[in-house]
Design a protein. Structure first.
Length: 419
């Protein structure tokens, strides 16, 4: 959504219709995983172009939007909408289409009624094909991350199978509120049980690492990064709530994994644990392509955007890897986040589409979700603060480097589109 365009008002649109359209766009941007500062900036820009005054307030579970008509007397047209929403999930296709519809309405090429109709087309059920894509993204993402970490082939295969099972489990847990709330714990319990059974009955595994790789899609690394980013942007309520949500997810995953290991001990299973990463370099880069494709499916990128998403994921990982080898891991993460943020802003300027298509997959390979879960697992399993302290300090360093990269990337190439 361009932030510097001239206001254009559709003469057919009433004040109430314009307010309703801004509310719908705001709710959809929230549902598509937009952070508070970008959502609020996009809503203000759209409201101005529709000749409205709007003061938005966003948090991970809702929106408050206050409107007034600048052509009316002060206080005579005030409207406040309070919208309760579930935390959003990243959907690059819907985000891109919603952004395009918004531009069409704001420029007068679509009426507000036509804009509402076009937005409702995004609510179509993806059907069985959509479910299959989601399940495959879980499996390929888990196997890809295990390959990135150069685990043995049996570990990669185990992570891929567990990812597939977690994807299937998600289809059932999403149907009821009670199971939906416990979805992460149930997924971690399943991952732990399958990994323990394989390590006890089939072959030795890098046990904790396989469990973490199989849960990679559920890890809240992106939420953790967005939370600190919002805090740095002085959106303290939203950032604090998002941070609390990310930490709660980590706790649920930890509880599920620890219950699985405890049950294994009760039933007399003795998993064979090893520390081995024997793979050649080509496996790492092949796994990177596999993981990048999995994230393209996970973020529901449209077909024309899949090459962009894969390229951004590969570039983000490669820059952080080689930058880290040269100057240390935090410097590599900072450099990658800064360049990918700048590239996303440049993409938005040139192509006139959301920069999130580049920015989001570019930094997803850098987020510290797996490291944070490893730290908490180590802490709980060993009951020793010192054991998890080093890992948690690494998480802090990565988050700070990521947020600094995001901030400086926006300085390097300022965004013309807020999304």
């Amino acid at each position: 959504m361009s932030s510097d365009a001239t206001p254009i008002t559709s003469p057919q649109a009433t004040y109430a219709q314009r307010v309703a359209f801004v509310c719908e766009i705001a709710g959809r941007l929230h549902g598509y995983g937009t952070t508070a500062q970008r959502l609020e900036a996009a809503v203000v820009a759209l409201a101005q172009r529709l000749d409205l005054d709007c003061e938005p307030w966003s948090n991970p579970t809702g929106l408050i939007l206050s409107f007034s008509d600048p052509t009316q007397a002060i206080g005579s047209s005030d409207i406040t909408r309070v919208i309760r929403l579930a935390p959003g999930e990243n959907d690059l296709h819907k985000l891109s289409v919603a952004d395009q519809i918004t531009e069409e309405v704001a420029n007068g090429r679509l009426s507000i009624a036509q804009g509402h109709t076009a937005l409702r087309q995004l609510d179509r059920d993806p059907g069985r094909a959509g479910q299959v894509r989601t399940i495959l993204s879980f499996s390929l993402g888990a196997a890809g991350v295990a390959g990135l970490w150069k685990l043995p082939w049996v570990d990669i295969a185990t992570a891929g199978v567990i990812g597939l099972l977690i994807g299937v489990l998600g289809m059932f847990t999403n149907r009821r509120a009670a199971t939906r709330e416990a979805a992460e714990a149930l997924a971690a319990l399943l991952a732990g049980l399958v990994a323990v059974l394989v390590a006890s009955l089939v072959a030795p595994l890098n046990l904790n690492t396989v469990i973490i790789a199989s849960l990679v899609v559920l890890l809240p690394g992106m939420s953790l990064t967005n939370a600190v980013n919002e805090l740095a942007s002085q959106h303290w309520v939203s950032g604090t709530a998002r941070l609390a949500g990310a930490l709660t997810t980590i706790m649920k995953l930890t509880v599920g994994a620890v219950i699985a290991v405890t049950l294994a001990g009760i039933f007399g299973l003795e998993p064979m644990v090893r520390a081995s990463r024997p793979q050649a370099g080509w496996v790492e880069w092949g796994a990177l392509l596999l993981a990048a494709f999995a994230f393209a499916m996970l973020f529901k990128a449209s077909r024309r955007d899949i090459p962009w998403v894969i390229a951004a994921s590969v570039a983000g990982y490669a820059i952080s890897k080689f930058g880290g080898l040269a100057w240390g891991m935090p410097a590599g993460v900072f450099l990658s986040a800064m360049l990918l943020t700048a590239a996303g802003n440049l993409f938005g300027r040139i192509v006139q589409r959301p920069g999130a298509i580049i920015r989001l997959p570019g930094i997803i390979m850098l987020v510290p979700g797996s490291t944070s879960l490893r730290g908490v697992l180590t802490l709980v399993q060993q009951q020793d603060m010192a054991a998890g302290q080093t890992v948690l300090l690494t998480v802090l360093n990565v988050v700070m480097a990521l947020v600094a990269g995001l901030l400086f990337g926006n300085l390097l190439v300022p965004a013309r589109k807020t999304l």
